[in-house]
Write a protein that binds this ligand. Structure first.
Ligand code: ZN
Length: 135
């Protein structure tokens, strides 16, 4: 009696853990392609790869999500696109940095603020704050 064959050969994508090649029919990982498009700031490709199944909140070996990469590059368009597609802004990389902190450290302060950067910790469910601090 032959041993039970698996659906795939048992290999899995080292990025998104999808069985290879059943999901990655062309052996290209949509998540990897998403990261490449993010680094290039290519918004239309970002949208395409997410619709192709890229895991938008997947992290690389440094704990960076695509949103971290867009923030690091200071690419506003990519950041907005990723968030609209469901990227989380509260994921911390290996250094404990959220995308907002990454943007701030890279010198993109306006982007950092739009990602929710504040110098103080705020509650996750903070309501929209209107007005400026006058104290
Ligand atoms: Zn993959």
């Amino acid at each position: 009696m032959p041993w039970t064959s698996r659906v795939s050969d048992g290999r899995r994508c080292d990025i998104c853990d999808a069985p290879v090649p059943s999901v990655h029919t062309d052996r290209r990982c949509p998540t990897r392609l998403l990261w490449t498009a993010t680094k290039a700031g290519n918004v239309s490709q970002i949208q395409q790869h997410v619709s192709n199944g890229a895991l938008i909140n997947a992290v690389n070996r440094h704990g960076y999500t695509a949103l971290h990469q867009a923030a690091f590059k200071g690419n506003h368009g990519a950041v907005i696109t990723l968030i609209q597609l469901g990227a989380r802004t509260d994921v911390q990389n290996r250094h404990g940095e959220t995308p907002a902190i990454t943007a701030h450290k890279a010198g993109y302060n306006a982007l950092a603020v739009s990602l929710g950067y504040t110098s103080k910790k705020v509650s996750k469910s903070s309501k929209a704050v209107t007005g400026v601090c006058g104290r």
